[in-house]
Design a protein around this ligand. Sequence first.
Ligand code: NAD
Ligand code: LMR
Length: 342
Amino acid sequence: LRASFASKAQKENDQNFNYNSQPQASYKVAVLGAAGGIGQPLALLIKMSPLISDLHLYDIANVKGVAADISHCNTPSQVRDFTGASELANCLKSVNVVVIPAGVPRKPGMTRDDLFNINAGIVRDLVSAVADNSPDAFIQIISNPVNSTVPIAAEVLKQKGVYDPKKLFGVTTLDVVRANTFVAQRKNLKLIDVDVPVVGGHAGITILPLLSKTKPSASFTDEEIEELTVRIQNAGTEVVEAKAGAGSATLSMAYAAARFVESSLRALDGDGDVYECSYVESDLTDLPFFASRVKLGRKGVEALIPSDLQGLTDYEQKALESLKPELMASIEKGIAFAQKQA
Ligand code: NAD
Ligand code: LMR
């Protein structure tokens, strides 16, 4: 976003903004849960994208005002609001990307899995509508517990006969954003250069930052590895506790999701050099879903990047083995839920 939009905005004043030199704005994006803590700043950030022609904002309530507000920004996309189940089909017609931050967030003392009972049904119903109305769209799931909601989405899409594993993503970009920030701070590195792949899943020990694969290469003491790994794994809880009952990460999440959306749009637009970490159907391990770096292309996941899992340190290898039972249990819980409901 910064490269494609903000630097341009710095050069030209609002009145003279020259969209002719920007990429063609031609993609339609829907945000489901757009009036929420993540949804609002996410909608604002992606409104800044020069690649989006239509921005559809859906929620069960309070989305009209959000859409009216954001629609006044003088960027290319047309903003439309959709409220409630009766307007969901229209919201989803011929969209290219659907982002789903709908659902309840954690309060202190809760795990992400404690959200399952409410969010599993929300994700099931929303993905079912996506299957009916925009089966070719990239589907990006933010709603927790991501380790289970993505397998639920896959099952729903299978039941509808439209599952394309290359187009279903659990959004784990925030783990990478955090890892990059904390590593750059700890090692005094230039933030913009730092890239740390984070693999596994998106909850507690299933979040595995591969510090040995940090770019530019950096060396860490055992103490630093332990401290950074634990901080990255608990960063969501850090925010939940700081917010003291008022929810979980929203602003950093919106930033991370906007980056993932923009990367997806660049890939859709033919950029052949787009890589992001995401929780996807995977054969890199014995788990059916696994977060890793993926190459994004016009059709979604073009390739998984197995090299990240090669040459792991003993610490990372052990952490990888330890996360598998928990991640597998979350995957099975999601699949069982979706199959029981079918
Ligand atoms: P929030 O409560 O502020 O907003 C959620 C929004 O979803 C609300 O506007 C609500 O009306 C809407 N919603 C509820 N049911 C809906 C439905 N059936 N259809 C459409 N919209 C519906 O919560 P938030 O802080 O924005 O968090 C949303 C979710 O994102 C939570 O589950 C949270 O745990 C998750 N999250 C994930 C990550 C990640 O890294 N993947 C990071 C932060 C938060
Ligand atoms: C996060 O990592 O911030 C989110 O998954 C929200 C949470 O509950 O921690």
